[in-house]
Design a protein around this ligand. Structure first.
Ligand code: ADP
Ligand code: MG
Length: 728
């Protein structure tokens, strides 16, 4: 019997939901472990409080004296909650989060000790980070890296550690993390968007990007997950025949949440409340054992931090409930994958959502301005948006016959399509008073503030307008949202900057009124952005053909997609918007190319191991049983035995064929890997892994999955799909 599998199954079948106590209202728990504005008010002097708030709202520097006051207040607050350590919490280019804990504890001589946490420790640290990926930045510059406090994301207590969100930069100034360029992009979009808002309202001082992510994930019983080396080492199954019942009945989606999972969610949500992560929605997803968690949206930088923190918290809470949380984009072949929709919008300090249709023609013109500019930004940078969501794991979703496809397009719904069609016919140059009135009354004035087809929206679109925000759906479930948010805000910042130049030029040189100039530029943008608008179904060949005709990119694999990140255009874009220098852009590209190679390399090794060392020996064992059976039959029936053993003999032959298939393909795969490993150029190496090594995965899997169907269930060593997916 396959011991590991059956022990795991026995363990999993005995599980009961872990009891959860929820006797405190969520609103009372919310932010309990966050050094929030409210907490700061209690613990800080007026001056120190003002200093921090100024830094948050206006990016002013915090001086040494104030930093000392803040750190001592943080320490006092943290100690009152049983905290012993502090850490600078940052997001290196691995995409995960990193932390190094130091105790507050310090000796002061004479056998005495105190709890100490000074301003300098709050503001800056030098983690020994030589092993974080840096794409050669530190080698080139021989610079060390340091972390620096980001006051815009509040410190929080995680376990018994005070965690301080920080950026991570080299001493030469290059960013070594995901947060720094994000902050720069948010600044860029603030600058460009505020300038545009002033056309409509002089009081606007600041524009903030908001993000509401929707995290999809699978919950698999821990014992079962741990019985699969592929899940443990790669986060996904590399083998496994699809179960008789999959998701075809659609009976899981939005169905009642199984109680073990529900208790996990309740526990997770309590943790989120304490950490100030405003989670609000939970439900079943399409696939069995697949779920989703979504918060109320927040300022983008904070939302990014919260999602990174959440992914970590999920693992910890999962373990308490004997679940392994799978964040991988495609843990199971043939079953829906997981994404992380990034809902994005811009809003002003005066409280206006710039992507929400307004009540008056003028506010609707402002809405249309931001709406059309976003579409134009996506239109002009679709290939870069595709690049930013590329990863070895997301490749299984994009372009792999699952929504959304690797082609970026924008869905806006029938009503707004109609509005854009009408705006396209606006007269060139000055508008007659009649035309202006007509536009205001019948076009701009007619945008309803609740958009009807919002409910009936296209689920396959990678970038959809959903009433008061855009939803970037192609983002993968493991992604650090800083990356898509960096790109989206940068391209919109650049687009708005250009828009202002064009509008001002028309006002200055053509003597147009402000709204006339805006209508004129929007008209040209609508004409120029036609190729990106797509309302249809993204599945299948038809759209691929059509997209090709339109000149849209369709980069199906990560090595192809990533290249765009270092195109002249991309480098210039990030430089111009002061988001990343060329060195920083290239460094990130190299880190990602290498990461891709490593992921495929690990998968290749694990697959070789389980196919060769688990599947083949099991097949041989079963084949021996069959051979014994056939010889037995021969003894009983003599020459007549073949009549009775026909099936078994067939099976013996087939098993041999599959064993041969596995062996020969593993050999070929190993050879391809050896060849790939000799390649010096990292791009060529990633391509070799993509096009020469990876294709064997499917072939090897084919034989293994066939064997799974033939071999005695009692012998099969790998926990099966039905067991992984339907154990509750
Ligand atoms: P779904 O897409 O699952 O139907 P909703 O459209 O209600 O759900 O919202 C999805 C996410 O969009 C939520 O996280 C929500 O907070 C977020 N969201 C709503 N409004 C905005 C906004 N203005 N900016 C960014 N995110 C938003
Ligand atoms: Mg959504």
């Amino acid at each position: 019997m396959a011991k590991l599998r059956f022990n795991a199954l026995a363990e999993a079948s005995k599980r009961k939901p872990i009891k959860i106590v929820e006797d405190i209202k969520r609103s009372a728990l919310f932010g309990e472990n966050v050094f929030s504005e409210n907490t700061m008010r209690q613990y800080l002097t007026k001056d120190a409080f003002k200093g921090v708030m100024n830094a948050i709202d206006h990016g002013t520097k915090i001086d040494r004296n104030i930093a000392d006051q803040v750190s001592s207040a943080m320490k006092e607050w943290a100690l009152s909650k049983g905290v012993t350590h502090y850490t600078h919490w940052f997001q290196p280019l691995t995409g995960a989060t990193a932390e190094k804990h130091d105790a507050f504890f310090e000796t002061i001589g004479g056998g005495m000790a105190i709890e100490k946490f000074g301003g300098s420790q709050l503001v800056q640290q030098e983690p020994d980070a030589s092993s974080f990926p840096n794409g050669g930045i530190r080698n080139t510059f021989e610079a060390r890296g340091y972390t620096a406090w980001d006051p815009t994301s509040p410190a929080f207590i995680y376990g018994t550690t005070l965690s301080i969100p920080t950026i991570f930069v080299a001493y030469t100034g290059e960013a070594l993390d995901n947060k720094t360029p994000l902050l720069r992009a948010l600044q860029a979009v603030d600058f460009s968007a505020t300038a545009i808002c002033k056309y409509f309202d002089k009081n606007v001082k600041k524009v903030t990007a908001s993000l509401g992510w929707e995290q999809e994930y699978f919950l698999i019983d821990q014992a079962l997950a741990e019985s699969r080396p592929d899940i443990i080492l790669t986060g996904r199954t590399l083998l496994g025949h699809s179960p008789a019942k999959g998701q075809q009945l659609d009976d899981h989606y939005f169905g009642s949440i199984p109680s073990r999972a529900l208790n996990f969610m309740r526990d997770l949500e309590t943790e989120c409340m304490l950490l100030g992560i405003p989670v609000k929605t939970r439900h079943n997803e399409v696939a069995p054992n697949q779920f989703e968690l979504a918060p109320i949206y927040e300022e983008a930088n904070l939302a990014v931090d919260h999602n990174s923190l959440l992914m970590d918290v999920m693992g910890k809470v999962g373990a308490r409930h004997h679940f392994k949380v799978l964040l991988h984009e495609k843990p199971f072949a043939g079953i829906n994958g997981s994404g992380k929709h990034n809902n994005w919008s811009l809003s002003t300090n005066t409280g206006v959502n710039l992507l929400s249709p307004g009540k008056t023609p003028m506010s609707n013109l402002q809405f249309l301005t931001f709406f059309v500019n976003t579409i134009k930004a996506v239109n002009d940078n679709e290939e870069l948006l595709r690049a930013v969501i590329a990863s070895a794991s997301n490749d299984h979703r994009l372009g792999a016959n699952e929504a959304p496809p690797a082609i970026i397009s924008v869905f806006i719904g029938a009503q707004l399509t109609k509005v854009l069609n009408e705006l396209e016919n606006v007269t060139n140059g000055k508008l007659s008073p009649e035309e202006k009135t007509d536009l205001k009354l019948n076009v701009v004035g007619k945008i309803p503030d609740v958009l009807l087809d919002n409910t009936d929206r296209n689920r396959t679109s990678p970038f959809a307008f959903t009433g008061n925000k855009f939803e970037f759906r192609a983002v993968g479930s493991t992604a650090n949202c800083a990356k898509p948010m960096k790109v989206l805000n940068t391209i919109v910042a650049k687009q708005l900057k250009e828009f202002k130049i064009e509008v001002d030029k028309l006002i200055d040189t053509k003597d147009l009124k402000k709204d006339e100039a805006i209508f004129n530029v929007l008209r040209e943008y609508i004409k120029a952005s036609k190729k990106i608008l797509f309302e249809g179904n993204g599945y299948g060949d038809a759209w691929e053909k059509e997209a090709k005709k339109r000149g849209l990119s369709n980069n199906k694999t990560t090595p192809e997609a990533l290249k765009v990140k270092v195109s002249e255009k991309s480098i210039a874009l990030f430089e111009e918007m002061e988001v990343m220098s060329k060195v920083e852009t290239v460094a990130r590209y190299e880190v990602e190319v290498e990461e891709y190679t490593m992921r495929i390399q690990i998968e290749a090794r694990v697959l070789g191991d389980i196919a060769g060392n688990h599947v083949v020996p099991t097949a041989v064992k079963y084949q021996n049983l069959l051979i014994k059976n056939v010889t037995g039959l021969q003894q009983i029936f003599g020459k007549d035995y073949e009549k009775h053993a026909a099936e078994q003999i067939q099976l013996i032959k087939k098993i041999s064929e599959h064993i041969e298939g596995i062996h020969s393909k593993i050999d070929k795969m190993i050879n391809a890997r050896k060849k790939a490993n000799k390649i010096e150029n990292i791009e060529a190496m990633a391509e070799a892994y993509c096009f020469k090594v990876k294709p064997f995965f499917e072939e090897i899997r084919y034989h293994c999955d066939k064997l799974e169907l033939m071999i005695d269930d009692e012998l099969w060593p790998l926990t099966k799909y039905r067991e992984l997916l339907f154990t509750r």
